[in-house]
Write a protein that binds this ligand. Structure first.
Ligand code: SF4
Length: 335
């Protein structure tokens, strides 16, 4: 009998290590906020019934992205140098009336009225995209609030901010030996009008929440996030950014547009090299904890008080979680 494979030696293949990619916000920040929620929705991929947080944060980010594109004439060159709506705002009633008119027209099959402003037009475009993915605003007030905040930001910050924006959705990543860490900076803002100079740029990150009432642990995580971005930025550009800025958009909320920036809206995060190192160590520790949780499939909820009640209020797991309501849990609606 012939032995066709006689004399052939096949070397063992090298065990290649597959490095997992970790997003600074969607993985590390989410896990640090609540490992249990992260395990259910990010790892096991259960579909959340409500996506209120996703809705609000995404709509704010994407509409502002369109506002920057509007000012820089990216979509329509005739808009170059112009603020959306020339910086004017509609009242809460006018926004609500428009949404009600659209609802009425959709019910009766009549033609839907045109959006009364650029911001509402961009809002509807982004919202349609989110709705097609099943991400909806649960309350109509949330939509009105989002449009109000977007208008106020556009009117208050647009004139001085938009001309200085050099890049939006600025992507950063670095190979961290065991994993790849990546993130997206909302804005790169140059202090001068000249061409992009990485050493002169500020990194801005929008938060669709208020600064007031934020848990100290959450603020610390956001500061770590900006320092990790600073590190990734340095890996990409060879220099640290000039500044790292967090902008809490819900601080603008109110019945009228603020005439000057509310004191709590903007937080400048210090980016000293020693602080950046602490943040990197802390985030690497978190990535190791995620890996550990993946191995054991144990995803613990934070202790009561370590997460805001607001976050728990919109979480599908609240009915059988002991953390919300100061550790008392939430009473089921049905017997
Ligand atoms: S209810 Fe709160 S603590 Fe419990 S899983 Fe949800 S977000 Fe986490």
């Amino acid at each position: 009998m012939t032995k066709p494979f006689k004399g052939i030696s096949v070397p063992l293949s090298n065990n290649s290590v597959v490095k997992r990619r970790y997003s600074v916000t969607q993985d590390v920040v989410s896990f640090r906020r609540c490992a249990r929620q992260y395990g259910a929705f990010n790892v096991h991929k259960y579909a959340p019934a409500q996506q209120t947080q996703t809705y609000f944060g995404t709509i704010i980010h994407q509409v502002l992205d369109r506002c920057h594109a509007h000012y820089h004439g990216i979509v329509d060159p005739s808009n170059k140098g112009l603020l959306p709506d020339n910086g004017l705002t509609l009242s809460e009633e006018e926004i609500r009336d428009y949404f009600n008119e659209v609802k009425g027209a959709q019910k009766t099959g009549e033609a839907v009225p045109s959006p009364p402003s650029d911001i509402i037009r961009y809002f509807i475009q982004v919202e349609n995209g989110l709705n097609s993915k099943g991400i909806l605003a649960i309350r109509s007030d949330t939509r009105v609030q989002a449009v109000k905040i977007l208008q106020y930001f556009n009117a208050l910050e647009g004139p001085t901010l938009y001309p200085r924006v050099k890049d939006t959705e600025h992507r950063l990543q670095a190979d961290q030996t065991n994993h790849v860490l990546h993130g997206v900076v909302d804005l790169l803002v140059d202090i001068s009008d000249e061409n992009l100079d990485p050493a002169n740029c500020e990194m801005w990150d929008y938060k669709g929440s208020s600064r007031v009432g934020l848990k100290p642990k959450d603020l610390e995580t956001y500061e770590f996030q900006m320092r990790v971005y600073a590190y990734l930025y340095q890996r990409k550009h060879g220099v640290l950014p000039r500044k790292a800025v967090l902008y809490f958009l819900n601080e603008l909320d109110g019945s009228t547009c603020p005439s000057k920036r509310p004191v709590n809206a903007l937080v400048e995060v210090s980016i000293e090299p020693s602080e950046i190192q602490v943040a990197i160590n802390e985030f690497t520790k978190t990535v190791n904890q995620i890996e550990q949780s993946r191995c054991t499939n144990k995803w613990e909820a934070p202790a009561p008080g370590d997460i805001s009640e607001q976050d728990c209020k919109s979480c599908d797991l609240r009915w059988y979680c002991k953390t919300p309501n100061g550790g008392k849990g939430v009473k089921p609606i049905y017997p």
